[in-house]
Design a protein around this ligand. Structure first.
Ligand code: GLU
Length: 461
C-alpha cells in the first residue's frame, strides 16, 4: 500500500503546538512507510483565514523540518471541484438543495428546545418531503445538504482509539455547500482526502465527532474509506486544553524563545506517544519507531519545564559554531573573546539560546560593580590576596591550567578558600559574582582586560 497522509491546518492563527504535533505524527507515519505527506490549507473560513497565518504555518513547518511532498493546496482554489462533487451527490440522491432561512432555522430550534429535543435540522427540504409539503423553491441561492441516514449506526475502527460508533439519529442533514459555493469543513475535507488519495487521516481527537459525517459522505461518493487515527489532545499542567494562558503555544514563539527545532520536535514526539522509556532521540529515530499502537488514548500534558530540559539536552550537544551563529544576533555587544569559545564553556548549562546569550554577555558587557558590592568584596583578607593574584597574572602563561595553578598558589599563600578569593575576583573582573569556573573566565577574557580591571579597583599594581 502506498501510504499518503496529510496535514490540513486552518490558517486562522499561528501553528499551535498541538497542530505541530499532529503534523509531526502524520509526517512521521508517511516517512516511516516511505509514503507521501501532503500539506493542505483549509482556508474556507474566509473571515478568519489570513495570508499572515499561512506564512506563519509554512515557516514553522520549515523551521521544524517537517517537509511535505505535495502542496500546499488551498481549498479556496478548488471551489469548482466541490461544486462538481455536490452536483454529483444531488444527482445520485445523496444530497439536496435547501432554501431554509436563518429565521426559519431559529424558529425550528426554539420549538425543539421548548420540547426538550436536541436542536437539529428537520430535513424539510428533502425533495420528497418538500414536494409533499408543497414547498416551492424561492428565488435565491440554496445551500446543499447531505442526506444522512436517519436510522442505524455508523462507525469505524480508529487506529488510536479502537472501534467508535455513533447512532445516525444524532447526525442531521448537514450543509455541505454554502449558498456562496464555499464548502463546509466536513465536505471539503472528504473531497480533498479522496482527490489527494489520502490513505490515513491523522488528526486531533477534537474531530472525532465529525468523522461519522465524513464517513457517510465518503460512502455516498462511493470510494474506499481511508483509515482514521485520532490523536489525544494536549492539555496544560492544570488539565485544561492547552491555550495562551499556559504560556507559549505557537511554534514561532518557541523559536523566538530560543528553542532548537530538533529539541522542540523531540519534545512534541513525546506528547501522546512513547517508545519505552526513550526520552531524548532524534527525529530519524521517531520515524523509525513511530506507530499508532503507542499513541496514547488519554490526553497528553504539556510541561514547559520538561520542554526546557529537552532544549538543554540539545544545546549541550549542538556544535559551537552553529550555536554561536544563533546566539550572536542576541548579543548587543560583541567585542571580546571569540563567541564560539565562550559558547563551548557555557553551553552545558543553558536551557535556551536566550539563556546562553545571557550567560555569554558577561564576556562582552562589563557591569560596573557598585560601591557597596566592592566594599563588601574588598577587605583586609581579600585585598592583599587579589593584589598578589594580579601580580602573578602579569607573567603567568595564559592558559587555563597555569591560571588555575596561579590561583591555588595565591589561596595557599593567603590561607584562603577558593570562594573567598574567587567571589571578589569575579566581581572585579566581570562585575558579577556568578560566573563559570574562574580559570576558564580568566583565560577567555585575556590578560590585558583582566589586569586592567584589577588595576582599576585595586589601585596600582
Ligand atoms: N482544518 C482542520 C483543522 O485545522 C483539519 C482537520 C482534519 O485534519 O481533518 O482542525
Amino acid at each position: 500500500m502506498n501510504i499518503r497522509t496529510r496535514f490540513a491546518p486552518s490558517p486562522t492563527g499561528f501553528l499551535h503546538i498541538g497542530g505541530a504535533r499532529t503534523a509531526l505524527f502524520s509526517w512521521a507515519y508517511a516517512r516511516r512507510h516511505g509514503g507521501k505527506f501532503i500539506l493542505r490549507v483549509e482556508d474556507t473560513d474566509v473571515e478568519r483565514s489570513t495570508v499572515a497565518s499561512v506564512n506563519a504555518i509554512l515557516e514553522s513547518m520549515k523551521w521544524l523540518g517537517i517537509d511535505w511532498d505535495e502542496g500546499p493546496f488551498f481549498q479556496m482554489q478548488r471551489l469548482p471541484r466541490y461544486k462538481e462533487v455536490a452536483e454529483q451527490l444531488i444527482d445520485a440522491g445523496h444530497a439536496y438543495r435547501c432554501w431554509m432561512t436563518r429565521e426559519e432555522l431559529d424558529l425550528l430550534r426554539e420549538s425543539q428546545v421548548k420540547q426538550n429535543l436536541k436542536p437539529r435540522y428537520d430535513g424539510r427540504w428533502r425533495p420528497e418531503r418538500a414536494k409533499a409539503a408543497g414547498l416551492v423553491p424561492p428565488a435565491r441561492a440554496p445551500v446543499v445538504r447531505f442526506r444522512t441516514p436517519e436510522t442505524g449506526d455508523i462507525g469505524w475502527d480508529d487506529l488510536v482509539k479502537g472501534p467508535i460508533s455513533f447512532p445516525n439519529q444524532e447526525l442531521d442533514d448537514l450543509v455541505i455547500l454554502r449558498a456562496d459555493g464555499v464548502p463546509t469543513y466536513n465536505f471539503g475535507v472528504v473531497v480533498d482526502d479522496l482527490d489527494m488519495e489520502i490513505t490515513h487521516v491523522i488528526r486531533g481527537d477534537d474531530h472525532v465527532n465529525n468523522t461519522p459525517r465524513q464517513i457517510h459522505i465518503f460512502n455516498a461518493i462511493g470510494k474506499v474509506l481511508p483509515a482514521f487515527a485520532h490523536l489525544p489532545m494536549i492539555l496544560g499542567a492544570d488539565g485544561e486544553r492547552l491555550s495562551k494562558r499556559h504560556g507559549a503555544v505557537s511554534v514561532t514563539q518557541y523559536r523566538d524563545e530560543g528553542f532548537l527545532p530538533e529539541a522542540l520536535l523531540n519534545y512534541l514526539a513525546r506528547l501522546g506517544w512513547s517508545h519505552g522509556d526513550s526520552e531524548v532521540f532524534p527525529v530519524a529515530q521517531l520515524v523509525e519507531w513511530f506507530d499508532f499502537r503507542h499513541v496514547s488514548r488519554s490526553p497528553a500534558k504539556f510541561d514547559p519545564d520538561k520542554a526546557l530540559w529537552m532544549n538543554q539536552q540539545y544545546i549541550k550537544n549542538a556544535g559551537d559554531a552553529r550555536l554561536a551563529a544563533l546566539v550572536s544576533p542576541l548579543l548587543e555587544a560583541k567585542a571580546g573573546p571569540p563567541l564560539e569559545k565562550v559558547i563551548a564553556l557555557l553551553k552545558d548549562r543553558a536551557n535556551s539560546l536566550q539563556h546562553l546569550a545571557e550567560s555569554a554577555r558577561l564576556f562582552y558587557v562589563y557591569e560596573e560593580p557598585t560601591a557597596g558590592k566592592l566594599a563588601e568584596a574588598l577587605n583586609d583578607r581579600t585585598r592583599p590576596a587579589l593584589q598578589m593574584l594580579a601580580q602573578k597574572l602579569a607573567d603567568t602563561p595564559w592558559e587555563r591550567k597555569s591560571l588555575g595553578a596561579a590561583l591555588s598558589e595565591v589561596l595557599k599563600a593567603n590561607g584562603l578558600k577558593m570562594p573567598e578569593l574567587a567571589m571578589p575576583a569575579r566581581l572585579l573582573i566581570t562585575g558579577r559574582t556568578q560566573t563559570p569556573s574562574l580559570d576558564a573566565v580568566l583565560e577567555l577574557l585575556g590578560r590585558d582586560l583582566v589586569l586592567a580591571r584589577f588595576a582599576r579597583h585595586l589601585g596600582e599594581r
